[in-house]
Design a protein around this ligand. Structure first.
Ligand SMILES: [Zn+2]
Length: 295
């Protein structure tokens, strides 16, 4: 993010024609369901420019076969090997071109990997689209000189098509991506006023020991936290345990307030959350938000 901000700052320090559009921090869905991210996309009359920003300190070396970026120690030993950012950039340009094509937009797309800080880079192979931040202005000015393929108004159209294709970046469930397990979290109901742990008094009264508040049904937000942190799936039995419920019907009713679908049969039935749908509901109805879930 710091790298992205620095490169954005540099872009805005160039006197760009008024009609240029600069979009950043974009996330799109690929036809197969996977997603891809784009750091910065600038749209000029001459086409689109995709900038992949990197901020890696130290000594770096590009290797071509297989393509990778290596981090070196003081005495030249390889400390870490990363995916080649130039290969990532090619991928993103390809994905972006397809996305535009699907929306009937033909536009030349080029791009660069921009190192936002000033690492010592040994051997940038001459054909790699990699530059350092101080070379960005020159690169952009060259692009601005190239022949136009878009009219003034068309830049806005392209930008709004791209914006309309964005999806929310939903890195859930959190623990799967970051190597946590359910033992790393306290998952029971929490007080919405002070975040203290709640103790169950009756089916409809949970008491906060820290602030004495009484909550009627702290179920939906507790289950939402489970979905966000632990898994996109839950069984009725797991839900009863999580919410200390006696009735399986009650558990099923709570689960069904979410954007879930049933997976499996009989004892093995699980409910699977569609994060995209769920967050659409929450975002689109800010007025009621979680209240909607809480009935
Ligand atoms: Zn409390």
């Amino acid at each position: 993010m710091a790298g992205e901000r620095r490169v954005l700052g540099l872009l805005h320090s160039i006197l760009l024609p008024e009609e240029c559009q600069i979009l950043h921090d974009l996330n799109f869905r690929l036809p197969g369901g996977q997603q891809f991210q784009v750091d910065i996309l600038a749209i000029f009359k001459s086409g689109a420019i995709l900038l992949e920003t990197k901020q890696i300190a130290g000594r770096l070396k590009f290797c071509t076969s297989p393509a990778s970026l290596q981090k070196l120690s003081e005495n030249g030993q390889v400390i870490a090997s990363m995916e080649c950012p130039a290969a990532q950039l090619h991928d993103q340009i390809g994905n972006m071109a397809e996305l535009l094509y699907r929306n009937n937009i033909r536009l030349p797309i080029s791009g660069r990997v921009v190192f936002a800080n000033h690492p010592i880079i040994e051997q940038i192979p001459s054909n790699l689209p990699v530059i350092k931040a101080r070379e960005l202005r020159r690169y952009i000015r060259t692009k601005l000189q190239e022949p136009a393929c878009l009219q003034k108004g068309e830049i806005n159209t392209v930008a709004s098509v791209i914006r309309s294709q964005q999806v929310h970046y939903l890195p859930f469930p959190f623990s799967e991506r970051h190597g946590f397990t359910d033992r790393d979290f306290y998952l029971g109901p929490l007080c919405s006023k002070c975040r203290g742990r709640l103790t169950k008094q009756t089916e409809r009264a949970w008491n906060c020991a820290s602030c004495n508040a009484v909550h009627r049904e702290p179920y939906a937000e507790t289950l939402l936290a489970y979905f966000v942190l632990i898994s996109n799936r839950i069984t009725v039995k797991q839900c009863m345990k999580l919410l200390l419920l006696r009735s399986s019907t009650h558990a099923r009713n709570i689960i069904n307030r979410f954007a879930v679908r049933k997976v499996g049969q009989g004892k093995h039935t699980e409910y699977e959350l569609d994060y995209e749908q769920q967050f659409k509901r929450l975002f689109n109805d800010k007025r009621t938000g979680l209240l909607l879930l809480n009935d």
